[in-house]
Design a protein around this ligand. Structure first.
Ligand code: NAD
Length: 247
């Protein structure tokens, strides 16, 4: 098992079809103890369904105090944190001229500030043990300047995640902490569910050499690689999980 004896925090892992929950399941199957942190009250139930020893806590990643409280609770229960997956995110399909100041703030707060606040809460615990792996969720929207469902503020936030993750990789490599990013293409989750007509789907698939949408498990596999010792010499990397969309 790739994560035997490790402890992991995964943010945004309560949603039934989501990438976070698929990752929590995979981590548990690989031997990790998992803490699901999510704004959705379903976090506790989602963690219980993983089996004994896992925990689910309410946490708003956009709120620094909420991140600090949740991480303190994880430390009380697990003692240590080996892995942090900054996965929580929200999107909003709008055009640039329609973005209100409140829209901008909401999208930056969850997708970008959330990565900062949760990492700030976890890193001191990793640094004390001179080890840790952090993986952050960006998106093909950051690379292409737009996605199917995200607005320009979402592209900006996810591009910010790339810069923030690389800065963290640079600053904390000396402390044995690795920080990497995943950039998924179009993954079939609640963010995309029911929003694609057959015509839209056919058009999208024309641009994907592997000729299918991604699955939450496709991304969970890459998170598992980044969390595990298989990637012991990988930091500051960005791994595309997009079926070849950018070739
Ligand atoms: P999802 O909606 O199923 O999951 C997002 C999770 O984040 C939910 O459980 C939600 O409750 C949680 N969340 C939202 N706001 C939060 C907050 N303030 N604090 C804590 N948790 C919060 O969507 P998903 O597709 O699984 O998305 C997971 C991540 O992947 C997101 O960051 C998303 O932007 C990113 N992403 C998704 C795709 C895609 O095609 N689905 C592509 C690229 C990137």
């Amino acid at each position: 098992m790739l994560l035997s004896g490790k402890t992991a925090i995964i943010s945004g892992a309560a949603s039934k079809r989501g990438i976070g929950l698929a990752t929590a399941r995979r981590f548990a199957a690989e031997g990790a103890k998992v803490a699901i942190l999510d704004i959705d009250a379903a976090a506790a139930e989602a963690a219980a369904a993983l089996g004994d020893g896992h925990i689910g806590l309410g946490c708003n990643v956009a709120d620094k105090a909420s991140c600090n409280d949740a991480v303190a609770q994880v430390i009380r229960q697990f003692g240590v944190i080996d892995i942090l997956i900054n996965n929580a995110g929200i999107t909003q399909p709008v055009k640039l001229l329609e973005i209100s100041p409140a829209d901008w703030d909401r999208i930056q707060d969850v997708n970008l500030k959330g990565v900062l606040f949760l990492s700030q809460a976890v890193i001191p615990h990793m640094r004390a043990r001179k080890q840790g792996s952090i993986a952050c969720m960006s998106s093909v929207s950051a690379q292409r300047g737009g996605g199917i469902f995200g607005g320009p503020h979402y592209s900006a936030a996810k591009a910010g995640v790339l810069g923030l993750a690389k800065a963290m990789a640079r600053e904390f490599g000396i402390d044995g902490i690795r920080v990497n990013c995943v950039t998924p293409g179009l993954i079939g989750t609640d963010i995309t569910a029911g929003k694609l007509t057959d015509e839209m789907k056919a058009k999208i698939l024309e641009g994907i050499p592997l000729n299918r949408l991604g699955t939450a498990e496709d991304v969970a596999g890459i998170y598992t690689f980044l969390a595990s010792d298989l990637s012991a010499y990988v930091t500051g990397a960005v791994i595309d999980v997009n079926g070849g969309m950018l070739i």
